[in-house]
Design a protein around this ligand. Structure first.
Ligand SMILES: Nc1ncnc2c1ncn2[C@@H]1O[C@H](COP(=O)(O)OP(=O)(O)OP(=O)(O)O)[C@@H](O)[C@H]1O
Ligand SMILES: CCCCCCCCCCCCC/C=C/[C@@H](O)[C@H](CO)NC(C)=O
Ligand SMILES: [Ca+2]
Length: 513
């Protein structure tokens, strides 16, 4: 047996089936040894009828040391591992794994099953993996955010876990990001400030209505899969947008910033919270039928050359090369120009119009309702957001566009839809552009002069354009004029991005050595 690549070899009997098991520093493998009495009357070692399996050591959930009465003793083949390879194995097994987690549970998210999901599906996995936890069941909205921001002794923990939906994740993210900025002395009211990345990773146990952030970072909204990503210590960096109104910080966003359609859906659905997840369907249909459009100006700073485009079909997947390139660019540019110097040299693109929807997707925003998401090629950690402008069009065309979120067709392939990959954008609703109204009032213009000026500005007399609200990751913003900047890889999740193949098939390997 080669010492480095094959440290241990043994036979293991599980429910009358015999396996040959090997373990080295990186992989645990086992092979079914068939007893084919029918044909030969003797055991055939290494026959591959039942197949071979292996699991990387870094993905094993738990290891339990057995004493001499272990079943392994029967075969007599296990050898004592030399200390240094044993240390390497130990290192591969424990590296980056959390030992102590702070868990917040929203008992009212989604179908109100957060506590049950945690107790029955997640806590047993954490316990099996010897992870200690402090669990807080929230008592009111913003409980978790404020506890994280002002009270929690974060030095004790290796990560924070939220059990709930996108709104609950948003609370945890706000608490952690704000606390990190406070401790670093960063003024979050200033848009120009470079924010300090958060040290603690966040785990999401999905128990909400949309669970878009979990779905778009893991590929499913399954609590057990998410718990396993936490246990093995996966790490997925993620962009965060800061949203300001003038010199005033409003909120952070990681998934959707939506004005018009998604703002109106959210505003209407908040009044129907008692309906649970179905509220979004009812409000979606109602908002679609109302077919409101909004006027305003969108300005943006386009992303640089190597960041791809929203229509390039390069989906962000586990180990995404575009996101990895962003990580290395960040390291290189650390000692070069500050971000704001570089951005000052860029030119802003300005677009005025009437829009049914203005959406900024900082990630794909895939969710069970829309498996590809609002922007299927958006990246989790590339420092950009995809700005989607849906101009005023017929109801039928808008329906065609919406339905393409649910099938394989390209939702951007319409004359009334434009999409740009950007690193900053601003929006000003139409009425706020009419500073002349305020100027006229202040200059003491008569009622007649004032009205005739408004008529010139708005063409149709007396029709002041109405406004929508911004949907910021499922929360309504208190302002319509906003400035948004993407902060590349500001937070990290216990996730690894979406994998093409499921990897956890063999992961729950509970082995004894
Ligand atoms: N104990 C609590 N009582 C009332 N509201 C709470 C409590 N804890 C958290 N919240 C608030 O509940 C809101 C919704 O929760 P959550 O995001 O978990 O579920 P959801 O809205 O059903 O799902 P999604 O956000 O995925 O659509 C959050 O914005 C959060 O601030
Ligand atoms: C009339 C037919 C309508 C079909 C429309 C299907 C499109 C669904 C797309 C859903 C995208 C959701 C993006 C996620 C947003 C979250 O941040 C937020 C909070 O959970 N959820 C919502 C619904 O605003
Ligand atoms: Ca992004």
């Amino acid at each position: 047996m080669e010492k480095q690549s094959r440290l241990l070899c043994s036979e293991l009997c599980v429910q009358r089936r015999l396996f040959e098991v090997t373990l080295n520093c990186t992989v645990l493998a086992w092979k079914d040894i068939q007893i084919d009495k029918k044909h030969t009357g003797r055991a055939i070692y290494g026959a591959v009828k039942a197949g071979s399996h292996c699991v990387p050591v870094c993905e094993i959930i738990a290891v339990q040391e057995k004493e001499d009465d272990s079943p392994c003793k029967d075969t007599g083949k296990w050898q004592k591992v030399p200390q240094s390879p044993a240390d390497s194995c130990q290192h591969a097994f424990t590296a980056n794994r959390p030992k102590y987690l702070l868990v917040y549970i929203n008992p009212y998210g989604g179908k109100q099953r957060g506590k049950q999901i945690y107790d029955h599906k997640v806590a047993p996995i954490f316990s099996r993996a010897s992870i200690s936890t402090d669990v807080i069941v929230t008592e009111h909205a913003n409980h978790a955010r404020d506890h994280l921001k002002m009270e929690a002794d974060l030095k004790k923990y290796d990560g924070v876990v939220c059990v709930g939906g996108d709104g609950m994740f948003s609370e945890i993210m706000h608490g952690l990001v704000s606390r990190t900025q406070q401790e670093a002395g960063v003024d979050d009211n200033s848009m120009e400030e470079t924010l300090m990345p958060c040290g603690l990773r966040i785990g999401i146990i999905p128990a909400g209505s949309t669970d878009c952030i979990c779905y778009a970072t893991v590929g499913s909204n399954d609590p057990v899969t998410s718990a396993l990503h936490i246990v093995v210590g996966d790490s997925q960096p993620m962009d965060v947008c800061s949203v300001h109104n003038e010199d005033h910080f409003l909120r952070y966003s990681v998934s959707l910033l939506g004005y018009g359609f998604y703002g109106d859906v959210l505003t209407d659905s908040e009044r129907k919270r008692w309906m649970g997840p179905a509220r979004y369907d009812i409000s979606g249909v109602k908002t679609f039928l109302s077919h409101r459009y909004y006027e305003g100006t969108v300005s943006f700073l386009p992303a640089e050359g190597n960041s791809g485009t929203p229509r390039d079909k390069m989906q962000c997947r586990s180990g995404c090369s575009i996101c990895q390139q962003t990580s290395s660019d960040k390291l290189v540019s650390k000692n070069e120009d500050s971000v704001s110097d570089a951005e000052c040299r860029d030119t802003w693109t300005v677009i005025r119009g009437k829009f049914l929807a203005i959406n900024a997707a900082s990630m794909s925003c895939a969710c069970p309702r829309s498996p590809k998401g609002l922007s299927p090629s958006a990246h989790l950690a590339d420092g950009t957001t995809d700005l989607i402008l849906v101009r005023k069009c017929s109801r039928l065309n808008f329906l065609r566009h919406l339905l393409r979120h649910t099938n394989k067709d390209d939702q951007f392939d319409h004359s009334f839809v434009e999409v740009y990959r950007v690193k900053q954008f601003r929006f000003t609703p139409r009425y706020q552009e009419c500073d002349s109204e305020v100027d006229l009032r202040e200059s003491g213009a008569t009622g007649k002069q004032f009205l005739s000026q408004i008529c010139r500005e708005h063409r149709a007399c007396g029709c002041m354009p109405s406004q929508s609200n911004w949907n910021c990751d499922g929360e309504i913003l208190p302002h319509t004029a906003i400035q948004v900047r993407v902060h590349s890889q500001l937070i990290k999740l216990f996730a690894r991005g979406i994998e093409e193949q499921p990897v956890f098939e063999d992961l729950y390997a509970h082995c004894a050595i």
